[in-house]
Design a protein around this ligand. Structure first.
Ligand SMILES: C[S@@+](CC[C@H](N)C(=O)[O-])C[C@H]1O[C@@H](n2cnc3c(N)ncnc32)[C@H](O)[C@@H]1O
Length: 206
């Protein structure tokens, strides 16, 4: 098990409790996404955590597959799906590079609070390959490269000394350029002006 898996395994129970406490925020996210979803859609949620977003959107689509590297997150996600009678959602512990996912196979891929934790370009290329032509990529990413706030400094330091997983200091324009260079068309982009800007992007595979 690598360090990142161990870190997220340890966070899983607390993460789920906090997600549950901020359930109205989650619903707001799901509400924002719904206009992009169709009943026939096959959706992949990359880094689904404890599965709350995947479950929130499940009734709007054909099926959702949630994947995450943390077995603890996945175990809680499976329990949440049973609790909420979400029968068209499947959760598995795996990475986005697993060979069982064929290219051109998903209508929508969701990636919330993950692109700053991985090799962003490599992951976005894989996302592009996995989407059907015309498919949508929808993400929200903290862009630490966009701010010099104390919070950003502390997070970067904690990441450097290994207290939290490695973090990429992405900029909003950098992220959008990466997507365009890979072949995506940006459909919607919105960055808030909080201490750490969060970039919400909807991009289409052409
Ligand atoms: C900040 S949490 C976000 C969870 C969820 N997407 C959300 O918005 O609530 C990051 C998640 O990414 C997962 N993760 C980290 N690296 C990953 C990787 N390489 N592949 C898949 N999941 C990963 C962690 O286990 C954790 O569940």
């Amino acid at each position: 098990m690598n360090r990142s898996e161990k870190f997220w395994d340890k966070q899983a129970a607390r993460f789920d409790r906090e997600d549950n406490d901020s359930a109205s925020t989650e619903n707001k996210t799901a509400g924002k996404l719904r206009k992009h979803l169709k009943p026939s859609d096959k959706v992949l949620e990359y880094a689904c955590g404890t599965g709350r977003l995947a479950i929130d959107v499940a009734s709007n689509v054909g099926e959702v597959q949630g994947i995450d590297i943390s077995s603890e997150m996945i175990a809680i996600a499976k329990g949440n799906a049973v609790e909420r009678n979400a029968e068209n959602v499947n959760f598995s512990k795996t990475t986005i590079f697993e060979a069982r996912f064929p290219e051109d196979s998903f209508d929508v891929i969701l990636a919330f609070y993950i692109l700053h934790l991985v090799e962003t370009q490599q992951v976005l290329r894989r996302v592009y390959d996995l989407l059907k032509p015309g498919g949508l990529f929808i993400s929200e990413t903290p862009c630490l490269g966009e701010t010099k706030s104390v919070v950003s400094f502390v997070i970067s330091l904690a990441s450097k000394v290994g207290l939290v997983p490695k973090i990429q200091k992405l900029g909003t324009a950098e992220l959008e350029d990466l997507l365009v260079n890979i072949g995506f068309e940006i459909v919607e982009a919105e960055a808030n002006s909080d201490m750490i800007p969060i970039d919400y992007i909807v991009a289409r595979k052409n």
